[in-house]
Design a binder for this molecule. Sequence first.
Ligand code: BTN
Length: 319
Amino acid sequence: MVSLPLAYATCWRYFSDIFSRIGSVTGILSGEIINLDFCRVIIYHRRFSPEYSTVNAPPSLLDTASLKKKLNGRKFGSKIFTFETIDSTNNCARALAGCWAEEGTLVLAERQTAGKGRLGRSWLANPYENLTFSIVLRPTLPAEALNLLPLYAAVAVAEAIEHETGLSVECKWPNDLLIGGKKTAGILLEGSLKEEGLDYVVLGIGVNVNQTTFPDDISPRATSLKVQAGREIDRVRLLREMLRTLEIHYTAIMKKGFHNLLPLWLSRTTMINREISVTQDGTVISGIVRGLSPEGALILDAGGTEKTLFAGDVTILGT
Ligand code: BTN
């Protein structure tokens, strides 16, 4: 495990680097951090960055005070860091989690300069139209739970989207949410281990909310809530609902484990009994999906041989 001074130094270096590289960082608006010594870099920018108080954005999402009021004192979102621009909310949340950030700390950005997707891909999202955020979790779970946590997040985010839009959301193993067969949201978990299991987990979520056009290469496979619902979606309401469902399911998992969660995920997937191909480190495995293992792995019938897959990129074949 990293020692505390080292973790603080890492966090300091991260923010110094971010502030020097992204000149237009408009600041962390959460009042809490002002008391923290190690965050002098941030405090400096709070005081002197001219952009700080002139965030050129629709106020609701970057205004942590009003956001916090709307979150009604929940644990998820009890500390909020918002940025106009950051490299990746996951990177930022990891830097914070490495030293002090408590469970439920939320890092939110309008624009990510290096948004990360699964399998080393980038996550691209137009600023002011979408939701890109990360939450610090400190689950008392063994390391293997990292395979189950994406399923938990997918269920919670799907429920929130349905609640706010009335659209029906499908889960695609391991971390995707689809509407009308196209990707609407993605989840990226990054964990840090200690001897007894997970030290912290950063849960990164990107939702295509009000974006209506996508880069050519992803356009055939991507959609947004606005495209699907035919109307603008209120991002603050959606964020609030996601934080609510994420916290409720998380609390249940910490008390009772994942066995109630897996059926919820399974009820939202159309993958069962369908033929898929999974690419794993350059190897392609094809087969029929038979289910999920209790550990969150995909069980595949690959020509009569049962395969248990813990990771990979899935293509659903045929209909
Ligand atoms: C995927 O589908 O490949 C996962 C996408 C996860 C994107 C989110 S956006 C907020 C958070 N910060 C990141 O850099 N990535 C995640």
